[in-house]
Design a protein around this ligand. Structure first.
Ligand code: COA
Length: 274
């Protein structure tokens, strides 16, 4: 198993990190090396001051043909349960990182998007597809159920009827239908895809970055909550965002570590000084 650093790539320009699936010859199927590389790139980009928005795109004809059937499934299965679980962790963990990424994220779906690809698709806050892109839960065609979150993705985003049809038939849908079924926000002709995504990124770049992060997290969190819990959570989230620059903790640490003026285990720091 290789650890090729070129299986995923990133380029930062004008506040946008263009992060690419970069195995075009394999239709950007996600193998373990790609999953590890994506995690490393997200680490590099997340707190890069030059990055205000992240766009996830695919090199070549595909966005991602899903999990690599040879390297992710067959080869790890041959190594046993430990290897299977490790490969799953490597895939799921970068998708989770992406779901809660510090900056807003946009999936720019230029081409094929299959099965496991729905994990990073859902992880992106917004998704714009080319009309020409092709989506399918192809798992049914080769004999597994849509795992790796893919079933959860379609149930969360689509109507139950559309999700069921999509998962049971494995039929391809194009970008326009993916937009109609709410798998993506919208679709545009491939020739206009990058321009449209850059336009949306431009809207986001003008917003307060603390508010963007608080809002994207709130949208994902409240979906799982009752109205009353959401109402309460949003008050706390807003107040946490308001006090993002709260300096009190720093004063508390300084008075203990630097000044030895008090012991946090025995009482509070001197609040009159900060
Ligand atoms: N896993 C492993 N290899 C894959 C792959 C995948 N998911 N998707 C494509 N590839 C490989 C092919 O085996 C082929 O390798 P080779 O050149 O060494 O023979 C190469 O990528 C190109 O694929 P090919 O099928 O020739 O391209 P295509 O443009 O004719 O068709 C697809 C593109 C995406 C329709 C087709 O590759 C496909 O059906 N892929 C599997 C999609 C899938 O079911 N994914 C779900 C996984 S959860």
């Amino acid at each position: 198993m290789t650890d090729d650093p070129n299986v995923a790539a990133a380029q930062v320009k004008d506040g946008i990190a263009w992060l690419s699936f970069n195995r075009p010859a394999k239709r950007n199927a996600m193998n373990p090396a790609l999953n590890r590389r994506m995690a490393a790139l997200l680490d590099e980009l997340e707190f890069d001051k030059g990055v205000r928005v992240l766009v996830l795109k695919g090199e070549g004809a595909a966005w991602s043909a899903g999990m690599d059937l040879k390297e992710y499934f067959r080869e790890t299965e041959a190594e046993g349960l430990g290897a299977i679980r490790r490969a799953q962790r490597e895939a799921y963990s970068w998708w989770r990182r992406l779901r809660w990424f510090q900056k807003p994220t946009i999936a720019m779906v230029n081409g094929w998007c299959f099965g496991g690809g729905y994990g990073p698709l859902f992880a992106c806050d917004l998704a714009v597809a080319a009309d020409e892109a092709q989506f399918a839960l192809s798992e049914i065609n080769w004999g597994i159920l849509p795992g790796g979150g893919a079933t959860k993705v379609v149930v969360d985003l689509m109507s139950m009827r559309d999700a069921m049809y999509h998962a049971l038939t494995g039929e391809l849908i194009d970008g326009k239908r993916a937009a109609a079924w709410k798998l993506v926000n919208e679709s545009v002709p491939l020739a206009q895809l990058e321009t449209r995504v850059a336009e949306i990124a431009g809207i986001l770049i003008k917003k307060n970055p603390v508010t963007l992060k608080a809002t994207k997290d709130a949208i994902r969190r409240v979906k799982e909550m009752s109205y009353d819990n959401a109402e309460d959570d949003l008050i706390r989230a807003q107040e946490a965002a308001n006090s993002f620059a709260n300096e009190g903790r720093k004063e508390g640490i300084k008075q203990f570590i630097d000044e030895k003026a008090y012991k946090p285990g025995l009482g509070p720091y001197d609040r009159s000084r900060g």
